[in-house]
Design a protein around this ligand. Structure first.
Ligand SMILES: Nc1nc2c(ncn2[C@@H]2O[C@H](COP(=O)(O)OP(=O)(O)O)[C@@H](O)[C@H]2O)c(=O)[nH]1
Ligand SMILES: [Mg+2]
Length: 301
């Protein structure tokens, strides 16, 4: 499957929902009095978010007036340009590729961290990299076992400890092991919820600091894993995690499971963070690097 087909198939549920209505609305004919109201209603129903939708539609209205656009077909390319502009990631300076690179995945329980860690391991392994997984969700024995099974399936090394052990110490050891073995990419899973007496954000921040002490510049990426089906909640999760440790970007999972794929637009409009990958299913290969233009085409095709 090429990239466009991948995005399209992961948006299949959205397609039969808001995308179909959106494309029907902008199909042709003149823009009439109800048009902008209908557009607003459709975008909001697709999880683009009230705030983002109102801004977007008001800008579109002004631009269409300024450019004297009266037919829907021309309006359609204006809309595509606007959505692409929102989705394009803020440009970031390329960092020097030191080895090992450490990628830390954070996020609430059930968002897809452990599965995504395995998918990323498969992704980098397919690029020919030497990869290591770290079972950093030490609070749940099941999470360690889950990652163990994935690591065997993908065929990459796993660093683990018994459940209840200190995740910071685990990451410290993992970095040492990676240095000794010439590992190129370390992918760390983390807990999404801790037992009551611990504070997740403090724990994550500690992991972050300990990793940085043992490997200067690391973690090279802290990626928030968010579940697309949680809708606008994704925004508040990102803000909360970003207070605990500096996020470098997001992976939006379960895009295939939502009929409201417009959440991607809301996230990009409201957060100054790139969407790096989207999760498109439960299998190892169901991870697609995000691309603004292709995604817009999948929405408006
Ligand atoms: N359909 C679909 N399911 C996913 C995706 N990513 C994760 N899941 C499922 O979501 C559930 C929770 O995932 P898990 O990795 O255990 O979440 P964690 O608690 O954050 O580690 C599992 O059943 C996964 O198979 C995705 O992109 N699409
Ligand atoms: Mg997990």
């Amino acid at each position: 499957m090429n990239k466009l087909e991948t995005f399209k198939s992961s948006l299949a549920r959205s397609k039969s929902g808001f995308i179909e209505r959106l494309n029907f609305l902008i199909r042709g004919g003149d823009i009439d009095a109800d048009f902008y109201e209908q557009l607003e209603e459709i975008l909001i129903s697709g999880d683009v978010g009230v705030h983002t939708t109102l801004n977007l539609v008001s800008e579109l209205k002004n631009e269409a007036a300024a450019k004297k656009i009266t037919d829907r077909q021309t309006f359609r390319s204006l809309l595509a340009d606007k959505i692409t502009a929102i989705l394009i990631a803020p440009s970031q300076p390329a960092e020097p590729e030191t080895i090992p690179q450490l990628i830390l995945l954070v996020g609430v329980n059930g968002s897809g961290k452990t599965t995504t860690a395995a998918k990323l391991a498969g992704y980098y392994k397919a690029m020919g990299k030497k990869v290591m997984l770290v079972a950093g969700d030490t609070f749940r024995a099941a999470a360690i076992e889950q990652l163990e099974i994935w690591s065997e399936r993908v065929g990459v090394e796993l660093i683990r400890q018994h459940s209840g052990s200190d995740p910071s110490a685990l990451f410290f050891d993992a970095v040492n092991a990676a240095k000794a073995r010439g590992t190129e990419v370390i992918i760390g899973d983390t807990a999404g919820r801790l037992h009551n007496k611990y504070n997740l954000m403090e724990e994550l921040n500690k992991i972050y600091r300990v990793i940085g002490r043992n490997l200067p510049g690391a973690p090279h990426q802290v990626i928030l894993v968010v579940d697309a089906t949680t809708g606008q909640n994704a925004i508040s999760q990102a803000k909360k995690f970003n207070e605990a440790l500096p996020l470098s970007g997001l992976i939006l999972t379960k895009l295939d499971g939502t009929a409201r794929g417009g959440i991607v637009v809301a996230i990009r409009a409201l957060l100054d963070l790139p969407v790096l990958f989207v999760g498109t299913g439960e299998m190892i290969e169901d991870l697609a690097p995000f691309d603004a233009e292709t995604f817009t085409t999948a929405l408006l095709d």
